[in-house]
Design a protein around this ligand. Structure first.
Ligand SMILES: Cc1cc2nc3c(=O)[nH]c(=O)nc-3n(C[C@H](O)[C@H](O)[C@H](O)COP(=O)(O)OP(=O)(O)OC[C@H]3O[C@@H](n4cnc5c(N)ncnc54)[C@H](O)[C@@H]3O)c2cc1C
Length: 377
């Protein structure tokens, strides 16, 4: 019987598997219903990385991940793609500027000293493509930037395999069968899989394993242009906070995001109407790219894994002793995967963690202690 069975071979499942094996857990089995790696949200991430959050748990997860990303090549033997090209949050209203200032004061208290408030003119100097004249100010952190989701997933998976972790594909968990104290088995089409402990790392599908876990899918779409040199790859991720428009450049394509309405199911069809709304914002904010064609074949949609307070659920499932949750990262799962992998492994092996993530315990909702966050998260 394996010591630990992890459901889900996305970036979070792979990171947990590696960290468990690195801490000496001998028999770790990762099961996934896909036919290979990458059947979930991980390859659909645009690869943003930031420590600029507005709550302490997210800032601390990012700062821990950042240290691990800096050592990734040495520890894992793969390039994580971490490039500190910055994140630039633009404010066009006093209310937004206040939110950014408040978030930054907290970031400084958490040790993120390099984040700073800058003027609209400075923001346009850092990213000369910004067309708006009415930027009141911005928050900028030069150590935020970009990562490569698939390289991090592959890196952790290969490193885990070298330490003896087994990955089995084409295995769909229909239900986690529970007794009074814990999970007895993962029920699949071909039979039951037993283990001492289980980890739910099923991404947006975390709530579908027969146990009530408050994680819901939320559709997110990305528009990509044809290859172009119109903007340099070195511009920071730039976000107009007042309407949510994002822009960055990856592999010579300009990628644009804009959060649309929440979807209530797992549908990921790319939506033309959304694209037209996004292009209106693009023309307003970055007029210099108005004539660059969108390449429909490179646009995509995927799913965030939303929790009720938009923060991860990390730790034992309430009332189920041997089930650990690593769910609900709410769109930040790739950047937080290095930290989450280590922390969940620590919980399982040591029963305690090296940084305080009690605020992320899954029981917080039942205890009336959901995390309060501004719109910035
Ligand atoms: C458009 C978009 C942009 C994003 N951009 C970013 C970004 O810039 N930065 C960032 O950090 N994050 C970003 N994200 C979020 C990020 O992709 C997710 O947070 C992250 O991939 C979650 O990883 P995971 O391992 O939990 O889930 P997944 O990668 O979804 O893996 C879950 C796995 O579980 C398996 N599974 C599900 N149900 C079952 C079952 N019943 N039985 C067996 N296996 C099962 C699936 O096959 C899948 O392989 C983005 C997401 C989207 C959609």
């Amino acid at each position: 019987m394996p010591e630990v069975v992890i459901v889900g071979a996305g970036v979070i499942g792979a990171s947990i598997a590696y960290h468990l094996a690195a801490r000496g857990v001998r028999d770790v089995l990762v099961i996934d219903r896909g036919s290979d790696f990458g059947f979930g949200s991980t390859p659909r991430a645009t690869g943003g990385f930031r420590c600029q959050f507005s709550t302490e748990p997210n800032i601390l997860l990012s700062m821990m991940s950042r240290e691990k990303l800096r050592r990734f090549q040495d520890e894992i033997g793969v390039d994580s793609g971490y490039q500190p090209l910055g994140y630039l949050f633009l404010a066009r209203s006093e209310d937004t500027l206040r939110l950014l200032r408040d978030a930054q004061a907290l970031q400084h208290r958490c040790g993120l000293e390099e984040a700073r408030m800058i003027t609209g003119a400075e923001a346009r100097y850092i990213n000369s493509a910004i067309g708006d004249e009415d930027i009141l100010g911005a928050a900028h952190c030069p150590t935020d930037g970009f990562i490569r989701a698939v390289q991090i997933l592959r890196g952790y998976a290969e490193a885990a395999k070298r330490l003896g972790v087994r990955f089995e594909f084409g295995v769909e968990v229909r239900r986690l069968r529970t007794t009074f104290t814990g999970v007895a088995a993962a029920q699949t089409k071909t039979g039951e899989i037993t283990a001492q402990s289980f980890v739910n790392a099923a991404g947006p599908w975390a709530g579908t394993l027969g146990i009530n876990i408050p994680v819901r899918p939320l559709k997110r779409q990305v528009a990509a242009t044809v290859e172009t040199d119109a903007l340099p790859e070195t511009i920071p991720m730039t976000i107009w906070v007042d309407d949510g428009f994002h822009i960055r450049v990856r592999d010579r394509r300009i990628l644009m995001l804009w959060p649309d309405q929440p979807a209530s199911d797992f549908e990921v069809e790319f939506d033309e109407r959304w694209l037209q709304q996004l292009l209106r914002l693009a023309r307003e904010h970055v007029p210099s790219i108005a004539d660059i064609r969108i390449d429909r074949s490179q646009c995509w949609a995927g799913l965030y894994e939303m929790s009720p307070d938009r923060h991860a659920l990390l730790g034992p499932a309430p009332g189920i002793e041997n089930l650990f949750l690593a769910n609900g990262s709410s769109g930040h799962g790739v950047m937080h995967a290095p930290a989450i992998g280590q922390l969940v492994a620590e919980m399982i092996v040591d029963g305690k963690t090296s940084i305080d993530v009690r605020a992320l315990r899954p029981a917080r909702f039942a205890e009336g202690e959901a995390i309060e966050a501004s719109e910035l998260i």
